[in-house]
Design a protein around this ligand. Structure first.
Ligand code: SF4
Ligand code: SF4
Length: 367
């Protein structure tokens, strides 16, 4: 029998040998390797490379899981590439590859690292909305595999298979989408559009080192959960993992949106092999921004416009100022000041600050 979602629990570490064996068996249970993964095919692994941080921080897809998948695909005779577009990559993606461990994976396995920023992009329409999409997503590969990270998200509550497609928009386009869609319910529409454009054939979720609380980056709490999940349909995987983590699947805006488009099937009809028990997994509450009426439109965007702020830990070192792509940061009285009118919420300053002095605030001062 082929299962819609396959979960294997009990991983104590990221041992590549054990991961290889487990993933091979899980893929078999999910229906086998998808089309486009035979000898001579080119396969793109779309990882989560949100921040240029060490994999032990549980922010990005662990390189050992990626290495295991690369080696299984190479064994089948495929050429494999690894790519993503992190928010701060406008000033170079190399440090992301290095810090996240993907450079080492490429050196050891011979897989190619693909820069979504440097590969060009093309406008794509989905349901009447237009997106700028990195070219490697649109052509050049016989199969795309989504290699996501399971964690919480302050804004969307959880991030896993569907949300990982946000990274197919290169450069600052992601920040502009966030600005255009201040309510999570609106962002969910964009997320599902991008998920449909990405058209991944397989989804592999790294839930060994997870994150809860104020995810998806440095403010979240690292947790060892010890599971991997695999599915042909990303919505099925998100629905099942969301329920297991304690969030009814239809309270995750992206899952509800995808389901309303007919991309899934009723929850009780999804077949699952294996499970994982979450204990006290802390999922952020539903954002109050969802209660602002859609018709407020551009007025809401003006009211809701926000920017990070520096706190008392700021030393005025100027690291954030040098990184800001739109020159929205000034150092005044030895402390960074972000200009709300100029900031595009790319979050480079939040990620790069060596003192953890940059805080994200929602409008009206809420953290
Ligand atoms: S990088 Fe951090 S510590 Fe340095 S100026 Fe910016 S906010 Fe302050
Ligand atoms: S102030 Fe920070 S979040 Fe805003 S654009 Fe500059 S680096 Fe990005």
């Amino acid at each position: 029998m082929n299962y819609d979602v396959v979960i294997q629990d009990g991983f104590k570490s990221y041992c590549v040998k054990k991961l290889r064996t487990a993933i091979a068996s899980m893929v078999e249970k999910s229906g086998g390797w998808p089309e486009g993964t035979s000898k001579g095919n080119r396969v793109l692994l779309k990882v989560n490379m949100l921040a240029a941080k060490h994999p032990s921080r549980a922010i990005t897809t662990h390189p050992s899981v990626v290495a295991a998948v690369v080696s299984l695909l190479q064994e089948r005779g495929c050429e494999v590439a690894i790519g993503d577009s992190p928010g701060g990559a406008v000033k170079g993606v190399e440090r992301y590859w290095k810090n996240c461990g993907f450079k080492t994976v490429a050196e050891i396995t011979g897989a190619e690292l693909v820069s979504f920023e440097g590969s060009g992009s093309e406008k794509v329409k989905m349901h009447g909305r237009e997106y700028d999409i990195a070219l490697p997503i649109l052509r050049g590969y016989d199969c795309k595999i989504n290699m996501c990270k399971f964690k919480t998200h302050m804004y969307t509550r959880l991030t896993n298979a569907l949300k990982n497609s946000f990274g197919i928009v290169p450069g600052l386009g992601k920040a502009l989408l966030h600005m255009r869609s201040p309510r999570p319910v609106d962002l969910a529409v964009n997320i599902v559009d991008l998920h449909e454009i990405a058209d991944n054939s397989l989804h592999i979720s790294d839930g060994i080192l997870c994150m809860d609380g104020r995810g998806p980056s440095t403010d979240g709490r690292r947790r060892h959960e010890g599971f991997l999940a695999i599915a042909r349909n990303g919505l099925f995987m998100d629905m099942v993992l969301s329920e297991m983590a304690g969030l009814p699947w239809n309270q995750l805006d992206s899952s509800a949106e995808a389901f309303s488009r007919g991309l899934g099937k009723p929850f009780d009809q999804i077949t699952v092999h294996g499970s994982h028990k979450f204990v006290d997994f802390d999922i952020p509450e539903r954002s109050y921004l969802n209660h602002i009426p859609r018709w407020l439109g551009s007025v809401a965007r003006m009211i809701l416009r926000t920017a990070p702020v520096s706190n008392d830990l700021c030393t005025g070192c100027r690291v954030c100022q040098k990184a800001c792509p739109v020159d929205a940061i000034q150092i005044k009285n030895g402390r960074a000041k972000m200009k709300k009118g100029t900031c595009i919420m790319c979050l480079c300053c939040h990620e790069l600050c060596p003192e953890n002095a940059v805080e994200l605030r929602l409008p009206f001062g809420r953290r």
